[in-house]
Design a protein around this ligand. Structure first.
Ligand SMILES: O=C(O)CCC(=O)C(=O)O
Ligand SMILES: [Fe+2]
Length: 268
């Protein structure tokens, strides 16, 4: 168990958790440069670095301080579900509050606590690559809404100044921090308020047995990843009973056999 008691308590209580400054400044700078070029001069990058999670950003796929949390709150068997990056300038936003409450996008996103441990469905990991201060407009959350028993109430869904729910929380953190949240938590990407852009990578993970979003990762980006990182995009299943004993879809099996398929967006 790699999470501290306090981290576990916080994630369960609020639905999100911050691990501050888990990236070194040079790692942050390299990924910021990549995202800058992706948005403003993609041809200055090799094709396999022109989209997430390729190039310098591939470091984030299996960052040990992220994976240990995911193993505990999702499962030891996880896959990467999706990834995108933002270069968000002042005035831009991702949209309003969504998620939370009992109805859920689908029960597969559900947040449960059972047998002494957390079982989160899809989990988003936001890497903030610029310093974030209070009220800058980073991702915000209605705390506890991942466990809410009543539907989200209209009186708590505003992002307007003076009309915000007292339960709407955001965060401040240094560049290089990771924020984890269950996708069943009500959240929003509000209007960015700073002159310097918000640069962030938003990755999503889920249980190895599930697959919600079809991948949009360009094949050349996927093909250039090392096999250990491609393992996060292996087929979504646990056991194959066509063999006896059953074959288990482990990372080790994937690494031992280069023929095993990677999920790409070339399939119809
Ligand atoms: O852009 C943001 O801050 C939040 C994006 C979002 O809603 C999500 O990642 O699910
Ligand atoms: Fe969202």
């Amino acid at each position: 168990m790699a999470m501290t008691d306090e981290e576990r308590f916080r994630f369960d209580l609020a639905g999100f958790l911050i691990r501050p400054a888990i990236l070194q400044p040079d790692e942050v700078a390299e990924i910021v440069d990549q995202i800058d070029r992706i948005h403003h001069a993609p041809e200055s990058l090799p094709p396999e670095h022109r989209a997430m999670p390729g190039g310098p950003a591939s470091r984030l796929i299996d960052h040990p301080k992220v994976i240990d949390v995911l193993h505990e709150i999702i499962s030891p068997d996880i896959r990467m579900e999706g990834t995108f990056c933002v270069w968000r300038t002042k005035g831009q936003s991702a949209g309003g509050l969504h998620g939370g409450g009992p109805q859920q996008v689908d029960p597969i996103f559900g947040y449960r606590f059972q047998n002494g441990r957390i079982h989160a469905g899809m989990v988003r990991v936001v890497f903030e690559l610029t310093d974030v201060r209070k009220n800058d407009g980073a991702t915000c959350f209605i705390v506890g809404s991942h466990k809410a028993n009543f539907p989200m109430h209209a009186a708590h869904m505003s992002l307007e100044d003076g009309e915000r729910s007292p339960f709407l929380l955001s965060y401040e953190c240094p560049a290089g921090s990771a924020i984890f949240f269950t996708e069943n938590l009500c959240h929003a990407g509000p209007v960015w308020q700073r002159d310097t852009p918000r640069v962030a990578v938003l990755n999503a993970y889920s249980h190895l047995a599930t697959h919600w979003h079809r991948l949009r990762i360009p094949p050349e980006v996927m093909a250039a990843l090392p096999r250990e990182k491609q393992a996060y995009f292996r087929e979504p299943w646990i056991a194959d009973f066509r063999t006896s004993p059953a074959t288990i879809n482990t990372t080790e099996r994937f690494l031992d056999n280069d023929e095993l398929p990677i999920d790409t967006n070339t399939k119809p």
